[in-house]
Ligand binder design. Structure first.
Ligand SMILES: Nc1ncnc2c1ncn2[C@@H]1O[C@H](COP(=O)(O)OP(=O)(O)OP(=O)(O)O)[C@@H](O)[C@H]1O
Ligand SMILES: [Mg+2]
Length: 506
């Protein structure tokens, strides 16, 4: 934090913010302030109220009466999104707030205006150049004419960040980032941090939400902890340790040390030969029963496409066999039948069905069994949904609650639970714990261990290198579409994965 006296006016001050949905109070009298040039981290488990606080500040949700917000000492009407924007508060929301059916150019222009010629005609060429420049400034090269719907998750994040940063620093008082790094490999996180530090150095106050506590310690000056909507602590980061912070968040300690057991491996269940498409050149890879194989790589390495290429939701070259049975291209329906399950990275597009409730989402992949002959058996249907909710510790008021009402991490748990319920032979996990808090993440990792111990072949594509270190028997590192290395057993270390992903000699 720049050295400002205690007397300097906070850039943002929130006083007694509460929010009630229906009968549930999910934010209880939360007050916090952010000084000029401060990075203030907001942490808490899935469903603790972080995004709700941010959406209240953004004018997206109406706060309960009685709360107040001040920017640079002046009260703002935070029930009005335009007033919040005018006060210089910029957001990168967890769900990014982009319009999927519009192009990158249009999304960047939203809230910022188009470049117009005299008379108001939009100058598309200039507009596209401006969008390219905004993305280039944060280190991403994206086709700005493609629809946001067709971008990789990390590219969408880049668009949302570029959009927030379009304003000149002088017009920005507060930058709010809600889990911007959920799908970012380490190297890209570092690049984002440089940008954030640069913005901070210009005196902007930053509110930063992340489940990656090492990021919090690297970046934040102070940390605020929410537990079930109540602020339990605001502390200088230098007064905290990872352990004490986890204790504040969970009321206990999550044990992160796991012994790597030697698993008994069976026959090859997943076999890839010359699998390619998009960024990926021809990949050969075998995964045996009981084995957990990881795939690492920075954005553009081919890692992001691999799972959907295998599953058949993207067109590919090469051959995929599941326990000897060939899987044709573009046949996700057949994939499921021959024992392949995919937990997709893009939760909002491929994972959850908006407009359906938790029960319907949880049971979606096993409807054949639950509804023989087309008739749903309501008791079995309810029982299974409850089982998934319990097994995955999904925080939801009931299985009839709409899926949108769940926090991001809890939606992800429903998606994973849904696929585990189908008893697959081969499980593909694409960014399985993005946005998941560390307690739930430990649970999911444990579930993956269990699934592997039962003889399932597991392939995990992840931008979270520590996750690969925790989970895998073997990690394959991709760079520019090709395998550049492989680590096994004790060789698997986050630092080595990062090194190799960047093309440096390990
Ligand atoms: N639109 C809504 N309607 C009803 N309840 C909601 C709604 N949005 C959020 N909630 C509830 O409010 C609580 C806080 O959710 P919120 O999304 O703020 O959590 P979070 O801390 O951001 O979690 P995560 O780390 O998973 O993103 C949750 O219990 C959630 O189910
Ligand atoms: Mg959230």
């Amino acid at each position: 934090m720049s050295d400002m006296g205690a007397s300097s006016t906070p850039r943002l001050e929130l006083r007694r913010i509460s929010k009630t949905f229906g009968l549930t109070k999910v934010l209880k009298d939360v007050s916090l302030d952010i000084s000029p040039g401060e990075v203030h981290a907001l942490v808490g488990q899935n469903g603790s109220g972080k995004s709700t606080l941010i959406k209240v500040l953004a004018g997206f949700h109406q706060a309960d009466p009685g709360g107040e917000a001040f920017v640079d000492g002046s009260p703002i009407d935070f029930s009005n999104p335009d007033a919040v924007h005018a006060a210089g508060v910029r957001f990168v929301h967890q769900d990014l707030g982009l319009v999927p059916s519009m192009s990158v150019v249009d999304n960047l222009a939203l809230g910022h205006g188009y470049v117009t010629a005299l008379g108001g005609r939009i100058r598309w060429r200039d507009q596209a150049a401006r969008a390219e420049a905004a993305l280039d400034a944060i280190g991403y090269e994206v086709n700005v004419n493609s629809l946001v719907d067709n971008l990789q998750p990390v590219e969408r994040t880049a668009v949302a960040i570029a959009r927030a940063l379009q304003s000149a620093a002088g017009d920005m008082s507060i930058l709010v980032l809600d889990e911007p790094t959920a799908t970012m490999p380490n190297a890209e996180v570092e690049r984002l941090f440089e940008i954030i530090r640069n913005v901070r150095n210009q005196g902007v106050g930053i509110l930063y939400v992340s489940h990656h506590l090492e990021e919090v310690f690297e970046l934040a000056d102070r940390v605020t902890v929410l537990v079930d909507g109540t602020l339990v602590a605001t502390e200088k980061a230098s007064n905290l340790t990872q352990r004490s912070l986890v204790e504040l968040m969970t009321g206990g300690v999550v044990d992160r040390v796991v012994e790597r057991r030697d698993r008994a491996l069976g026959e090859t269940l997943l076999r890839l030969r010359g699998v390619g498409g998009a960024e990926l050149a021809e990949l050969d890879l075998d995964v045996r029963a009981g084995e957990v194989v990881g795939v690492a790589g920075i954005t553009g390495s081919g890692r992001e496409e691999l799972c959907s290429l295998i599953f058949g939701s993207r067109s590919r070259t090469g051959d995929v066999t599941i326990d000897g049975a060939a899987l044709d291209k573009l046949r996700p329906d057949r994939a499921r039948r021959i024992g392949l399950a995919l937990v997709p990275a893009n939760r909002l597009r491929d994972g959850v069905v908006i407009g359906q409730n938790v029960r319907e989402n949880a049971n979606l992949a096993s409807m054949k069994r639950l509804a023989p002959g087309g008739w749903v058996r309501p008791r079995a249907d309810r029982r299974q949904a409850l089982q998934i909710v319990r097994k995955m510790s999904v925080k939801t008021p009931s299985i009839e609650a709409s899926i949108e009402a769940l926090s991001g991490g809890n939606q992800q748990k429903v998606v994973i639970g849904k696929w585990l319920q189908t008893s697959p032979r081969v499980l593909l996990l694409d960014e399985p714990t993005q946005g998941i808090d560390i307690a739930a993440k430990a649970e999911i990792h444990h579930l993956v261990d269990e699934v592997a111990a039962q003889g399932v072949a597991v392939l995990v594509c992840s931008s979270d290198e520590p996750e690969l270190e925790r989970l895998c028997d073997r990690v394959v590192i991709l760079r520019q579409g090709r395998v550049v290395g492989e680590l096994r057993g004790d060789e698997i270390r986050t630092s080595r994965i990062v090194h190799m992903s960047l093309g440096l000699t390990a």
